[in-house]
Design a protein around this ligand. Structure first.
Ligand SMILES: Nc1ncnc2c1ncn2[C@@H]1O[C@H](COP(=O)(O)OP(=O)(O)OP(=O)(O)O)[C@@H](O)[C@H]1O
Ligand SMILES: [Mg+2]
Length: 340
């Protein structure tokens, strides 16, 4: 167990119903040039992702900066349009819903951001920040809103008597709790936590992770938990997806992924986590070169320019995400199969 994060181990929920099904989702941003804004290329931020997120699970999404994690999260919530593909939430394609249906669905899907200060309006009192969705969506009276704000603040471990204060009067961890209280105000089913603990100190990180795990259990939430590094997602995630240049390269149950990564990129990310014992020799896989541009991804396997095991096929043919070992999906021509 990683010593840096003090959180209890979790039990996998049974592989039950699928809450969210993502089919070949793409999001391209045009690159424009000149006075006429001519489109000269496209940033392929998300480029064909297939994934099912189960009811009640936490799915961890990791990958280097710029690989498309936040864009993917936003497309899942329709905070951004998709260039292609489908996002089925409880069987309904959310990108083809009318505005009325979408407004209803918005209550069920929420997001928590990385920067708890930037995402909270500094001119609003905490009670108004948490209470705003209740007034807008539920048309609650001032009295009803106040009672619910008190309840929510207590649920996330904040002193409700401080609700008449401004966000800057709270610490970073407390501000993240305010963001969480706001996100759960309307009893959502699905929450995207985009780097929700990345800006916090390690000790505060584990408190917030513990809070999210507690809320998940009590409220039956489903999470997409986005982070750069594997060590943060380990303790909270049931399954983990590893993203590279707009694509998923590996999906596995958390402990299996940590025990034996199948994709060389996952192995490299894992080897970058410091081991708790200095006596255990660390074999770090150093990745050569920079992350290529998502506007011009490499041919064949996108990872081939940095892969220590590259072969000719990798430069020519794109590997698809498929089951290499039962229950384990990997997009690699030569996965690091466990020795039997
Ligand atoms: N609105 C936008 N317009 C143009 N390009 C964008 C836009 N949003 C994101 N991108 C580009 O899409 C790619 C993916 O960005 P994204 O923010 O999703 O990555 P990320 O994995 O969340 O990175 P980080 O870990 O730094 O948060 C990047 O190349 C980024 O520059
Ligand atoms: Mg991001």
């Amino acid at each position: 167990m990683n010593k840096t994060l003090d959180v209890p181990e979790r039990k996998l929920p049974a592989a039950s119903e699928v809450l969210l099904e993502v089919k070949d989702v793409k999001k391209y941003f045009p690159i424009t040039k000149g006075l006429l804004n001519r489109t000269v290329g496209q940033v392929k931020a998300v480029d064909g992702v297939n994934l099912s997120i189960r009811q009640g699970e936490t799915f961890g999404l990791v990958g280097e900066s710029g690989c498309g994690k936040s864009t993917f999260g936003r497309v899942l919530l329709r905070l951004q349009s998709a260039t292609g593909g489908e996002v089925l939430f409880n069987g309904k394609d959310i990108h083809s819903l009318g505005s009325r249906e979408m407004r209803k669905l918005r209550e069920e899907m929420q997001i928590i951001f990385q920067d708890p200060f930037g995402s909270l309006n500094p001119r609003f009192l905490v009670k108004d920040i948490i209470g705003e969705p209740l007034r807008i969506h539920r048309k609650m009276s001032a009295k009803e809103t106040d009672a619910r704000v008190v309840e929510l603040m207590e649920l996330v471990g904040l002193d409700a008597s401080r609700r008449n204060r401004y966000p800057h009067e709270f610490s970073g961890g407390q501000r993240q709790r305010i963001g969480i209280a706001r996100a759960i105000a309307l009893n959502p089913k699905f929450i995207v936590a985009d780097e929700a603990v990345s800006a916090l100190d390690v000790s505060v990180q584990s408190q917030v992770i513990n809070l999210l795990m507690k809320l998940q259990k009590e409220l039956g939430l489903t999470f997409l938990f986005i982070a750069h590094g594997l060590n943060v997602v380990r303790h909270i995630s049931d399954r983990v997806g590893v993203m590279y240049l707009g694509k998923l390269v590996e999906v596995a149950e958390t402990e299996e992924l940590f025990a034996a990564p199948l994709h060389p990129y996952t192995a490299a990310l894992l080897s970058a986590i410091p081991k708790p014992s200095p006596r255990r020799k660390q074999e770090r896989i150093m990745l050569e070169g920079d992350v290529p541009s998502p506007a011009n991804p490499p041919s064949g396997c996108r990872f081939h320019t940095r892969c220590p095991f590259v072969q000719d096929t990798c430069r020519q043919t794109e590997p698809l995400l498929k089951e290499a070992v039962p229950g384990r999906q990997v997009a690699c021509h030569f996965p690091l199969l466990p020795k039997s």
